[in-house]
Design a binder for this molecule. Structure first.
Ligand code: FAD
Ligand code: NA7
Length: 554
């Protein structure tokens, strides 16, 4: 029997990788090594240290649910958690679960090669090569940085910083700051930077439907209230569609009067939170064009009311569908009333180039800057996979994924024993609970395979192509029923030049997704068949049914 350096290698030390290490090591009893290219744990929250960085999932629901000690002892005093506190939380969790001894930081995995004879993976890292039976890729779905291809970017003599690679020492106080990008990240930067920068110039390509977050203090009674009913809270989160801790609306906006509709949007605006505004108001904001337009029109009227300069208000006003990932930021539109903030509309005058001194737009203006901030987002979901050389049974993952596909967001055909967390076509939801259900499923799957293996049956886990095709088609069908499909955003990989517009998520909701996983587990993981490596079966790959397992064991 082949000896591996590790039973399992986990890649990535964010919420997903830390939990996977804990489950596989402490529950299944595997010898696990986690590789992380950063110099600390935390993933997203290690890298994204820009001013204003915080979750837009409310504090009670942006944490692990599985550990009673963490739930009992961690606290929060505002409705949303700032980046530094989420990072500190993950550092504490890693320590509490005694994970650090199996984590190798500053180690980038550059390649994964399937070794057919061994029935495992050859893992090539920046600090050595290893073998492992299983690989869990917890690479992050919003992690591969999108560096825009803007002429002259390298010639800028000031400080250039991407928000997802923010140098901690970089402060914006009193400086002339330029910001490219007005997504969720850019909006957070606008609010924080406008308070301290000497001048902030916002280069906007697409205006945003931003609603207030409703951040503010939270009483200890409220926190205690959650502590008293965690099981109920998590059960609601996991059975809901978006997993954000509120009940999604089941009411169609068509079934209420115009006054009621307006009052519902007004109440949601006052309460805050982007997901709540879209999914908590009416059940058809994301699926019905007329309802979506009512929601969009409501936000447009808010912009006109908040922004004092009519021309700035006009340029800040979006006109298309309200169908990107919902976002929320307190005081985003108000920031443009400040004398130290100006808006450059790139639809009127695109960026021509970056010069030594700043950004030059096509109208010939040079916007002089000390700091240029890129809030240009990520090559979402498959981005980090494509940055590695991953070779399966019969070719590269890059070639297999002309457009990304998977079974349940977890397995992909031809890449045995490679289990993805937040792979393509995983749930579009609050991510910590989504990650937890995936890691828990992977743990059961691996435990089941190990059980067979320890009984003398050395098979590998592999997704049959027909399961992958069926799930991928299901994800496409679900997406086609929403308005998200009609516009370009990272949900479809459409923010990256040259990347094909292709749904990257399962849009059926976290609750339904959990049901799919449960059915799969209850059905004995029939979509993750156990296949003998060629070395064990006369050079032929065969699927092994339960009866054959028993005869091999006998
Ligand atoms: P990550 O936290 O991205 O961790 C992946 C890790 O893998 C990284 O540390 C990376 O360095 C490492 N890695 C990748 N490739 C390699 C390699 N080849 N070798 C070694 N290491 C590698 N989601 C929400 O649900 N709610 C929110 O409010 C929310 N806010 C967000 C705010 C920001 C600014 C961003 C960027 C994302 C936000 N997200 C939010 C999404 C967030 O990414 C997830 O919630 C969650 O943190 C993802 O955890 P993860 O472990 O899957 O991935
Ligand atoms: P997003 O949502 O992808 O936003 C990126 C922004 O950057 C968006 O406004 C883009 O404009 C803009 N962009 C990207 N490239 C360019 C170039 N070349 N020139 C000008 N403007 C550009 O990323 P975020 O980081 O804000 O958010 C991603 C998720 O991470 C978010 O939902 C949270 O969950 C955390 P565009 O819209 O493409 O016209």
């Amino acid at each position: 029997m082949t000896q591996f350096d590790f039973d399992a290698v986990v890649i990535g030390a964010g919420f997903a990788g830390l939990y996977a290490l804990h489950k596989l090591r402490d529950e299944v009893g595997l010898h696990v090594r986690l590789f992380e290219k950063g110099s600390g744990v935390g993933g997203t929250w290690y890298w994204n240290r820009y001013p204003g960085a915080m979750s837009d999932t409310e504090a009670p629901f942006y944490r692990y649910s599985f550990d009673a000690d963490l739930l009992a002892h961690d606290t929060w005093d505002r409705r949303y958690i700032p980046q530094a506190d989420i990072l500190a939380y993950l550092e504490r969790a890693a320590k509490h679960l005694d994970l650090l001894r199996d984590i190798q930081l500053d180690t980038e995995v550059s390649a994964l090669h399937w070794e057919e004879r061994a029935g495992g993976w050859h893992v090539i890292t920046s600090s050595g090569q290893y073998t492992a039976r299983y690989v869990v890729t917890a690479l992050g779905l919003l992690s591969a940085v999108n560096w825009p291809d803007i002429p002259g970017l390298g010639s800028f003599k000031g400080t250039l910083a991407h928000t997802a690679r923010w140098p901690e020492e970089l402060k914006l106080d009193g400086l002339r700051v330029g910001l490219i990008g007005t997504g969720s990240t850019g909006c957070q930067v606008v609010c924080a930077a406008s308070r301290v920068a000497g001048h902030l110039t916002v280069f906007q390509r697409s205006p945003q439907y931003s609603v207030p977050a409703g951040n503010g203090p939270v009483s200890t009674e409220e926190v205690e209230g959650y502590r008293a009913r965690w099981p109920e809270v998590w059960s609601q989160v996991r059975s809901s569609a978006v997993g954000f801790g509120f009940e999604e609306s089941t009411v169609s906006a068509h079934s209420v009067s115009a006054e009621e509709r307006e009052a519902t949007f007004e109440a949601a605006w006052a309460q805050g939170n982007g997901f709540r505004f879209v999914f908590g108001t009416f059940c058809d904001v994301a699926t019905d064009g007329a309802v979506n337009e009512h929601a969009a029109d409501f936000v447009r009227r808010k912009i006109a009311h908040i922004v004092r300069d009519p021309d700035t208000a006009r340029r800040l006003t979006p006109h298309g569908l309200f169908a990107k990932r919902p976002l929320c930021t307190d005081g985003y539109f108000d920031a443009f009333n400040r004398p130290n903030v100006s808006l450059v509309d790139l639809r009127e005058s695109p960026i021509a180039r970056v010069s030594e001194h700043g950004v030059v737009t096509e109208d010939g203006r040079e916007h002089a800057l000390d700091v240029l901030v890129l809030a240009t987002g990520f090559d979402a979901v498959d981005g980090n996979y494509r940055r590695m050389d991953i070779r399966g049974r019969s070719g590269t993952l890059d070639a297999h994924w002309d457009t990304p596909s998977s079974y349940l967001g977890i397995g992909t055909a031809g890449f045995p024993n490679m289990l993805m967390v937040s792979g393509p076509h995983g749930p579009f939801a609050n991510l910590v609970p989504a990650i937890e259900v995936q890691v828990e499923f992977i743990t059961s799957l691996v435990a089941d395979a190990e059980h067979r293996r320890r009984a003398g049956f050395d098979a590998v886990i592999e997704v049959p192509p027909e399961c992958e095709e069926r799930w991928t088609q299901h994800c496409h069908d679900l997406a086609a029923g929403t308005l998200y499909a009609e516009i370009d955003s990272w949900i479809f990989g459409a923010n990256i030049p040259g990347k094909k517009h292709n749904i990257l998520f399962y849009l059926g909701g976290l609750g339904k997704y959990g049901e799919h996983l449960r059915q799969e587990a209850e059905g004995g993981f029939s979509g993750f068949q156990h296949v003998l490596p060629k070395s064990l079966f006369n050079g032929t790959t065969v699927r092994v049914e339960e009866a054959e397992v028993q005869s091999v064991q006998a």
